[in-house]
Ligand binder design. Structure first.
Ligand code: SR1
Ligand code: MG
Length: 397
């Protein structure tokens, strides 16, 4: 990947993106390139530049100096572009098959130029349209195990890991998570966004000090536990997939944090889709939750046995202890994700597109209840089967 520092930041236009692709000779200079801004995320510009003569294409992603979802009143540094490029490159050292190739990056322009994955579909949209994505959890489980093990003190030289912790300090994007996941939904905060019919449920959450104490503990772990290089925003909108292939994109929230955070976000986002489906179509989502965890445990354990660098990885019982901690934290973080996506600033289409309206409201009420149970009872939920049982009990009650 070529990497350059140029002096002046300016948001790109579609013509500017074409000019850049030509200048860098990533696409032929003498062809009639086309370009569309296709970004549908919350933060960045995403340009797809194509040579219509042969279908060859690239993606130019550029950070804006503010959060696109809110506007210029929410300033953000451009540093997330550097974080994203470096996270993609680091992840590619362990699982090149699951991340887009990076062709070029420029810190000052806050751009990352990468492989176009338009032949795949965003997993959230695919699930909403009823597709199964049969290999998704096998791939995500392996992605999680390898990226997280090999960037942790268990599997990475501990001196080098500390230099990476420094490189991936990501205060702006961590602050978004600290606020939007762990804080705002649990208080009467202006960023919250929920249907008026949920007012009583939301007020119950604000007054629930037992719940808030557990959220405070999970937030404390998020703030302090530099266990491994996380993706940091691993919801189903950050996964491109089809029947055979899976690519995990968008690691701009990457930082050294608790492994269970990434795992929990995957669990929660699979649950959203399960909750949005008819009962007889939910099975595949539970299969994905179980497979994600089973593959994660298998791959993480294999890496631990073969490549453990920390001396205590040889000690009986230590791997089990670490996996237990990861699972407990994942359950808690899944609960936080369930709550914030129902009543906080950033929603998910799985829930928001439920029809009729009354069903959307009752489903969100169920989501809030499951979220609370996962957070408060995370120490007694020991396996993925119990997530399914909790889901069934709450959905039926
Ligand atoms: C202002 S950003 C809102 C959300 O979008 C991102 O994808 C993260 O999930 C963040 O919490
Ligand atoms: Mg994102």
């Amino acid at each position: 990947c070529a990497h350059k520092k140029s002096p002046i930041y300016e948001p790109l236009t579609e013509n500017g993106a074409i000019a850049l692709a030509k200048k860098l000779q990533l696409l032929p200079e003498n062809s009639q390139l086309t370009c569309n801004e296709i970004g549908d995320g919350n933060l960045n510009l995403v340009f797809r530049v194509e040579n219509p003569e042969n279908g060859e294409s690239i993606i130019i992603k550029q950070a804006l100096p503010y959060a696109k979802v809110v506007g210029e009143s929410w300033p953000l540094t451009l540093d997330r572009s550097r974080i994203e490029t470096n996270a993609l490159l680091k992840q590619a050292e362990f699982v090149p098959q699951y991340v887009p190739k990076v062709f070029y990056s420029d810190e000052s322009l806050a751009i990352t130029i990468m492989e176009d994955l338009s032949h795949l579909e965003i997993a959230r949209a695919a699930f909403i349209s009823g597709k199964d994505l049969p290999l998704l959890s096998q791939h995500v489980g392996e992605f999680l195990a390898k990226t997280l093990f090999y960037t942790s003190d268990y599997g990475m030289d501990q001196h080098y890991k500390k230099s990476l912790v420094q490189q991936f300090i990501n205060p702006d994007l961590c602050k978004i998570t600290e606020d939007l996941i762990f804080t705002d939904p649990f208080f009467n905060h202006e960023t919250n966004d929920y249907e008026p019919e949920l007012q009583d449920d939301v007020e119950q959450i604000w007054q629930d000090n037992e719940l808030k104490l557990e959220v405070a503990k999970l937030k404390q772990i998020f703030l302090t536990k530099a266990e491994a290089l996380l993706h940091g925003d691993l919801h189903t909108g950050s996964i491109f997939a089809d029947e055979q292939e899976t690519k995990i994109i968008d690691p701009e929230f990457a930082y050294f944090g608790p492994i269970g955070f990434d795992v929990g976000q995957v669990f929660a986002n699979l649950l959203f889709n399960a909750l949005s489906r008819e009962t007889n179509k939910q099975q595949i989502l539970f299969h994905h939750i179980e497979t994600t965890w089973d593959v994660f445990v298998k791959e993480f354990s294999t890496a631990w046995e073969n490549d453990g660098l920390e001396i205590y990885t040889n000690l009986d019982g230590y791997l089990d202890y670490v996996l237990e901690q990861i699972f407990e934290e994942a359950i808690g973080y899944a609960g936080c994700e369930l709550i914030r996506r129902s009543i906080g600033l950033a929603h998910v289409a799985d829930l928001d597109t439920i029809e009729p309206y009354e069903k959307k409201i009752t489903t969100k009420q169920i989501v809030l209840k499951i979220g609370r149970e996962l957070i408060v009872n995370r120490k007694t939920i020991k396996n993925t089967q119990q997530i399914r049982e909790l889901f069934n009990q709450t959905a039926l009650s």
